[in-house]
Write a protein that binds this ligand. Structure first.
Ligand SMILES: [Zn+2]
Length: 768
C-alpha cells in the first residue's frame, strides 16, 4: 500500500478497536476516524488519486471480528457503518446497498462435508462466525436472535479432530465456506451438464470467419467437457421449418446417443466441429431466424436444463422474435434523450423466463458490424441469468485484435467453473430489508434469485432500506447463500457472511462510506432509470447524488464552515467518479454513440463485479516509457513494475513519453510524437516514431530489460481479470485515438464539462 497521506486508510487501523473486548460493549468510532473524515477542499487539492489500486475501506469492528470478516472482493456494502435508522440514512443522502461477487474463483475455499448443515430453526440462516454461543449446547442466531441447539455432530471438529469445541468448527471460523449438500437440498437428481451451441451460419456469419474460431476453440478445450456432459450444436440460419429439421438430424438424435455412449458421441461431436465450417462455406442464406432457433433449443434443453450459447452476427429478421432496425444514425450525437433503450418485443424476455423455469441459461455472443437491437436481444440473457458478450465488427482478417480477444474470451468461457440449477438467497439482520436487485437473474420471491447457471465472472448488487430501527444493536450481519450443482453433479452451498457495525451519527456514516461501492450501485440504479424514465433523468439523478451527499456533509457533519467544495477524504473521488459515469458510453450525450454500444455498456454496468467495473468507469493511466524496478512487485520470480496512476487529463500526457491506459476491456498504449527513442527501439522494436505500425496490437518479444518490464506489467494487468483486454498501440493518426481521448475524463469536451467546471457546478448547487 502507498503512503498514508492521500490514500484510503481504514478507520479501524488505529490501536483503538483492537484493544476492545469481543463483547463489543465498548465499540466506539470517535477515537479512530481522522483520515476518512479529513476535510478536503476539492477545488484546491487537485492530486487526489492514490498512486496504486484503492483498497476497500475496513469496517470499524473489533479486530477479532474484522479478522474473520468476509473478503470485500466477494461481499461489500456501500456504507461500512450501517445507520441506526432510516431517517439517519435519509439525512446522509448516500445509497445503502450490497455488492456481491458470489461465485468468484477463490484460491482457498474451505469445503465441509457433513450430514447436518447447522442452520437457524427460525430464519434458516447458516451458522457463521458472527453467531454467539451461549454455552456449548446453544447458539444464538445473529440475524433473528433465536436461540438454537447445537446438534451432537457439531460437537466434533473435523479440522482439529477434537470434541467439545463447537466454536472452533470451520463453519464458525470462516466467513466464506462451501458445504457439500445432502439430498434434501436437491429438487431432483443432478442432471447431466448439457451445453448447447446455437450457431449463426448465414452468409454474413460465415463471412466473418467466427465459426472456425468457435469450432476450433471447442476442439481445443473439449477435454474440459468429457465429464458427464452433453454437447450439441444447432443452426440458426434458416427458416423455422429447417431449423427443426436440423435439430432432428444433427442434435436431437445425438443427444439421445450421448447419454448412453459418451466416447462414441464425443467422436461424433469432434467430427461435426471439424466439418461445420466447411459445411456452410458456400451458403448464400442471408436471413436469420434466431427466434425459432431459440425456441427449438429451449425444447431440447427443457428436460435437463443446461447452458445455451448463442452466436449471432446480424439482426434476426425471420419468424418469431424478428426485429427491425430502430437506430437512426443521424440521431446518435444530437439527441438529448435516447430512444429505444427498452426492448421492441417481449418475445426474448418471455422465452428467457421459460428458460429460467426449466433451468436453462442463455449466453449471447454478438458479433456484428450492424445494429442488432441488443436492447431486445439482451433480454434472453438478462432474465435467464446468462451473460452478453459483444465483439462489434468481428472479422477474421480485418480485425485481428478482436479475433485475439474473442479467442481468449472463448477459452475462459469454455473452461471456467459453472454452477447449474442455482439459487441465491440474501438474508440480513432483522430490521434491514432488501429490495431492488441488479444483475442477470429472475427474482423468484422477495429475497430469492433464480440462476439457472452461475459463473465466476458475474456480479450482483442489491439496494437496502432500514425498516425497523436498529436501536439496541452494535452490529448487523448479511448472508448470501448460493446453492448450485457443480458440473460433476455435486449439490453445493457457498455461504458468505459479512458483519458491519451500526452507528448513530452522520459523521460515523460518512466515515464508513465506500466510494467505489457507492459508485457501482449508483451506476446500476442509473441504468434502470434510463430505461424506466429517461437518460436525462438518470444523469440528473447521478449528479444530484453527489450534490445531496456533499450538501448533507457540509450542513450536518462539518463543525467549522469554510469556503470551497468540501468532502470527507473517503468521498473525495465521488465527484470525479460521477463525472466519469456521465461521460461513460452508457450515459454520455452529445458524442456519437451507437445504440448497441450504449446498451452493451449498460449491460456491463449491471452485471460486472465491482473491481472490473471501476476500470471501465475510471480507467487507470500510467506513464510507461520510463519504467523502473523501483517499488516493483515480485510474483513467481517475475519483476512487475508499479508505475504511479496518473490523472486522466491531456495535461498529464507528454509528447516525449508513452502512456498506457487500462480501461478494463481494452488497454491503450499511446505513443507521443517525440517519444523517447529508447522506448521505440527497446520496446516497440522500431527505429523511429513514423515506423510505429498502424493497428499494432502485439508488442514484440524483445530481449531487452525495457521490453520485459513493459510486457510483464501488461501481463500482470491482464492476469487480474478473467477476460482478455486487447492492447492497441496508438499514434496521433490512429482511428482509436478518439476513444483514448474520450477517456480523459478530467478534460473539457464540446459537449461535457471539465472536472473543474463540474466541481464549480456542484459547489453552486450546494450553496443554493
Ligand atoms: Zn435466525
Amino acid at each position: 500500500m502507498g503512503p498514508t497521506n492521500g490514500t484510503y486508510t481504514s478507520p479501524s487501523a488505529g490501536p483503538g478497536p483492537a484493544q476492545l473486548s469481543p463483547s463489543l460493549a465498548a465499540l466506539s468510532l470517535q477515537s479512530s476516524t481522522p483520515e476518512a473524515l479529513r476535510v478536503v477542499n476539492l477545488l484546491q487539492e487537485r492530486n487526489l488519486l492514490p498512486p496504486g489500486p484503492i483498497p476497500a475501506p475496513t469496517p470499524c469492528l473489533p479486530q477479532d471480528l474484522q479478522k474473520i470478516n468476509c473478503n470485500p472482493e466477494v461481499f461489500r456494502s456501500t456504507l461500512t457503518s450501517i445507520p441506526q435508522t432510516q431517517s439517519l440514512l435519509n439525512k446522509a443522502k448516500l445509497p445503502l446497498g450490497l455488492l456481491l461477487h458470489p461465485f468468484k474463483d477463490l484460491s482457498q475455499l474451505p469445503v465441509v462435508t457433513s450430514s447436518t448443515i447447522v442452520r437457524c430453526r427460525s430464519c434458516r440462516t447458516y451458522i457463521n462466525p458472527f453467531v454467539s454461543f451461549l454455552d456449548q449446547r446453544r447458539w444464538k442466531c445473529n440475524l433473528c436472535y433465536r436461540v438454537n441447539d447445537v446438534p451432537e455432530e457439531f460437537m466434533y471438529n473435523p479440522v482439529s479432530r477434537s470434541y467439545g469445541e463447537p466454536h472452533k468448527r470451520p463453519e464458525v471460523q470462516n466467513a466464506t465456506i462451501e458445504f457439500i449438500a445432502p439430498s434434501e437440498y436437491m429438487l431432483r437428481p443432478p442432471q447431466p451438464a448439457v451445453y448447447l451451441f446455437v450457431l449463426d451460419v448465414s452468409h454474413n456469419a460465415v463471412e466473418t470467419g467466427y465459426l472456425n474460431m468457435v469450432c476450433q476453440s471447442l476442439l481445443d478445450n473439449i477435454n474440459a467437457y468429457v465429464h458427464r456432459c452433453i454437447l450439441s450444436c444447432l443452426m440458426s440460419d434458416v427458416t423455422t421449418h429447417s431449423v427443426v429439421g436440423q435439430c432432428g438430424s444433427l442434435v436431437y438424435v445425438q443427444s439421445g446417443i450421448l447419454v448412453s455412449s459418451l466416447v462414441f458421441v464425443f467422436q461424433l461431436v469432434q467430427d461435426l466441429l471439424k466439418s461445420l465450417p466447411n459445411l456452410f462455406e458456400k451458403t448464400m442464406e442471408t436471413q436469420s431466424a434466431l427466434g425459432p432457433a431459440l425456441q427449438a433449443a429451449f425444447k431440447l434443453l427443457s428436460p435437463t436444463g443446461g447452458r445455451m450459447s448463442v452466436f449471432q452476427t446480424q439482426l434476426p429478421n425471420l419468424g418469431v422474435g424478428a426485429l427491425k432496425s430502430r437506430e437512426d444514425p443521424n440521431q446518435r450525437a444530437s439527441a438529448k434523450d435516447i430512444q429505444h433503450l427498452s426492448p421492441a418485443t417481449d418475445f426474448y424476455k418471455k422465452l428467457a423466463l421459460d428458460c429460467s423455469g426449466q433451468q436453462v441459461a442463455v449466453d449471447l455472443f454478438l458479433l456484428s458490424a450492424q445494429y442488432c437491437d441488443l436492447a431486445s436481444l439482451g433480454c434472453i440473457s438478462r432474465y435467464s441469468a446468462g451473460s452478453v458478450y459483444y465483439y462489434p465488427s468481428y472479422h477474421h482478417a480485418h480485425n485481428p485484435a478482436q479475433v485475439e480477444r474473442f479467442q481468449k474470451d472463448l477459452k475462459r468461457y469454455l473452461t471456467r467453473k459453472i454452477g447449474f440449477e442455482a439459487v441465491m438467497r440474501i438474508r440480513c439482520t432483522k430490521g434491514l430489508s432488501i429490495h431492488t436487485f441488479h444483475g442477470n437473474f429472475f427474482v423468484r420471491s422477495t429475497d430469492l434469485l433464480s440462476l439457472p447457471n452461475v459463473n465466476p465472472d458475474a456480479g450482483f448488487a442489491v439496494q437496502m432500506s432500514i425498516e425497523e430501527n436498529l436501536l439496541d444493536m452494535q452490529v448487523v450481519s448479511f448472508q448470501a447463500a448460493l446453492l448450485y450443482t457443480s458440473s460433476k453433479g455435486e449439490r453445493r452451498i457457498r455461504v458468505h457472511t459479512m458483519c458491519l457495525p451500526v452507528v448513530n451519527s452522520l459523521s460515523d456514516i460518512f466515515a464508513g462510506a465506500d466510494v467505489q461501492a457507492i459508485t457501482g450501485l449508483l451506476a446500476s440504479m442509473a441504468v434502470d432509470r434510463s430505461v424506466s424514465a429517461s437518460l436525462s433523468d438518470a444523469r440528473d439523478a447521478m449528479t444530484n447524488a453527489a450534490i445531496d451527499s456533499l450538501a448533507s456533509y457540509r450542513q450536518s457533519v462539518l463543525t467549522i464552515q469554510q469556503p470551497g467544495l468540501l468532502a470527507p477524504a473517503c468521498l473525495r473521488l465521488f465527484p470525479l467518479y460521477i463525472l466519469a459515469l456521465l461521460k461513460q458510453k452508457a450515459f454520455r450525450t452529445g458524442t456519437s454513440t451507437r445504440l448497441d454500444d450504449r446498451v452493451f455498456a449498460m449491460c456491463q454496468l449491471k452485471y460486472q463485479p465491482l473491481a472490473y467495473l471501476m476500470l471501465m468507469i475510471h480507467p487507470a493511466l500510467y506513464r510507461v516509457d520510463d519504467l523502473t524496478d523501483e517499488g516493483a512487485l515480485n510474483i513467481n520470480e517475475r519483476t512487475i513494475p508499479q508505475p504511479r496512476v496518473q490523472q486522466l487529463s491531456v495535461e498529464k500526457l507528454s509528447r516525449e513519453g508513452a502512456f498506457l491506459m487500462d480501461a478494463g476491456m481494452v488497454i491503450y498504449l499511446w505513443v507521443g510524437r517525440n517519444c523517447n527513442p529508447n522506448f521505440l527501439t527497446q520496446v516497440l522494436g522500431v527505429p523511429n516514431y513514423t515506423a510505429v505500425p498502424q493497428n499494432l496490437y502485439l508488442l514484440p518479444e524483445l530481449d531487452t530489460a525495457e521490453s520485459q518490464r513493459t510486457r510483464a506489467f501488461i501481463g500482470w494487468l491482464r492476469d487480474q481479470r478473467p477476460f482478455f483486454p486487447t492492447l492497441h498501440v496508438i499514434r496521433d493518426e490512429s482511428q482509436l485515438k478518439a476513444n483514448f481521448m474520450q477517456n480523459m475524463i478530467e478534460d473539457r469536451t464540446e459537449s461535457a464539462l471539465s472536472y473543474y467546471e463540474f466541481l464549480l457546478h456542484l459547489q453552486q448547487q450546494i450553496s443554493k
